[in-house]
Design a protein around this ligand. Structure first.
Ligand code: URP
Ligand code: ZN
Ligand code: ZN
Length: 482
């Protein structure tokens, strides 16, 4: 059935205009003032509200098997919670175990995601290397719509990619027109610091940030950037949490390198005092990597977002309930790393971004949706409000307010990192593939309605990089003969 979103102001990355939006067959088919509702069409009154591209969360981990347990939020509950907060697409991660076939892992994740209620796609992690991994990367790009490969520079002894793996994988990615992404923390340093801190008798969650200081992130970000520079591959740094990592990205961008940075809503708004809470359950609830940082880093991250040196916002939604976090009661190294946020990302960013004047509405759209769509090559199908685009929309009520709590959220986890925060500006209605899936505070989702989104490789980046390399070659200079 067609759906007419009537009377709202359409806000995109470029403009804000009064327009109605007619959706049919899952797409936007008309965008104009005063569209007459076709016969039988459902009409949604968006008067006094903003109609924006649905949010894209480019970093989630639904039902991730990790640190001896499995994340409590699955693809059904997680994408539903996202829709309630205005997020209509996720990019999750396939993470093979070392020595596991990459294609086999990809197929497993595709199977788990079949119950998603919103659209989804996958970055694929490269956790080890041999010729089969190289061949699987090629198959994933050519046949399965994968255009991004992730590398964990931390989690030694588990999924960490060493420099040799980075070099091999980055080099292969170039030949495929794929982008590479990194979790930037020096895994060797983290391992050594964890051991040292634990032996000093610091066993509680306060040991977590001590073992992962900002320098550890800055070093890894810079290393990944320089490897990417030498190999001439575009790089995306996930969950940038520190001034040091941001500076490495900013420096590289100023030198003309194609480097992108993602920031989590949590890293923008929460500081490291949470780890000094004497209540184990509360402190452990915030254990994620990289950890929440001292306040100076939050100020730097906001500046990074405002200046455009950080382009996307995400959540790293990875949920573990209190009994799971309790695995590390006597040893912070065993607390499963991960926090939630998919339901709250858009509203906390609106409140603390647009509400404070740090971001304009257009910038809000850019950092919650459009930039992710462009970087991961699915624009304008996603991230835009335009004729022909997928009808993934959020109707945003700037006057609505709510107080966030684990008691009322839909996320399948017993903890909320934004507990007690009151926000002004919320999703009132969410539309996914032309269907009203969240309205009047209720979800109307259909299990399995989410679609897998193919992301083609990136000819434009590589053409540009190749041309730059040509220009940089000394021309017409003959070597003197001996
Ligand atoms: O603590 C985190 N971030 N857990 C999920 C895995 C990752 O590092 O992204
Ligand atoms: Zn990570
Ligand atoms: Zn992650």
């Amino acid at each position: 059935m067609a759906l007419l979103v009537r009377g709202g102001t359409v806000v995109t990355a470029e403009q804000a205009v009064r327009a109605d939006v007619l959706c049919d067959g899952g797409r936007i088919v008309q965008l104009a003032t005063d569209i007459a509702a076709p016969k039988g069409c459902e009409v949604l009154d968006a008067g006094g509200q903003y109609v924006m591209p649905g949010g894209i969360d480019p970093h989630t981990h639904m039902q991730l098997p990790f640190m001896g347990t499995v994340a409590s939020e699955d693809f059904y509950t997680g994408t539903a919670a996202g829709l309630a907060g205005g997020t209509t697409m996720i990019i999750d991660f396939v993470i093979p175990n070392p020595k596991q076939s990459v294609l086999e892992a990809y197929r497993a994740w595709r199977g788990w995601a079949g119950k998603a209620v919103a659209d989804y796609s996958f970055h694929v992690a490269i956790t080890w290397w041999d010729e089969t991994v190289s061949a699987d990367m090629e198959t994933l790009v050519r046949e399965h719509g994968v255009n991004s490969f992730k590398h964990f520079m931390a989690y030694k002894g588990a999924i960490m990619a060493d420099d040799e793996t980075l070099v091999n994988s980055f080099s292969k990615a170039i030949t495929l027109g794929a982008i590479v992404t990194v979790h930037a923390e020096n895994g060797e340093l983290v391992y050594a610091l964890q051991d040292r801190i634990f032996r000093q008798g610091i066993t509680g969650p306060e040991g977590h940030p001590l073992s992962r200081p900002p320098e550890v992130e800055g070093e890894a970000a810079n290393r990944a950037i320089r490897i990417a520079e030498v190999l001439r591959v575009p790089l995306y740094v996930v969950h940038v949490s520190s001034r040091q990592a941001l500076e490495a990205i900013t420096r590289a961008r100023n030198e003309g390198q194609r480097v992108f940075g993602e920031v989590l809503a949590g890293h923008l708004l929460i500081d490291d005092s949470v780890y000094r809470d004497p209540d184990f359950e509360r402190a452990a609830g915030y254990v994620m990597s990289p950890p929440y940082r001292a306040k100076e880093h939050q100020a730097a991250l906001w500046r990074g977002l405002q200046s455009g040196n950080l382009q996307t916002t995400a959540t790293d939604h990875c949920c573990f309930c209190a009994p799971q976090k309790a695995a590390g009661r006597d040893d912070f190294r065993k607390i499963p790393n991960g926090t939630a946020g998919i339901e709250n990302r858009m509203e906390v960013l609106w409140h603390h971004g647009v509400g404070t004047g740090r971001l304009t509405m257009n910038e809000f759209v850019r950092v919650t949706s459009t930039n992710a769509a462009q970087i991961f090559n699915i624009y304008p199908r996603k991230g835009s409000v335009s004729v022909g685009a997928d009808a993934d929309l959020v109707v945003w009520d700037p006057a609505a307010s709510k107080t966030i709590s684990a008691k009322t959220h839909r996320q399948n986890v017993d903890f909320n990192i934004f507990e007690g925060m009151t926000v002004k500006g919320c999703a009132s209605n969410t539309i996914s593939a032309g269907r009203l899936v969240y309205a009047k505070g209720e979800l109307r989702v259909e299990r399995g309605a989410g679609r897998y989104v193919d992301r083609p490789p990136y000819a434009p980046y590589y053409d540009a990089i190749r041309k730059q390399a040509e220009l940089a070659k000394p021309s017409g200079v003959e070597r003197p003969r001996r």
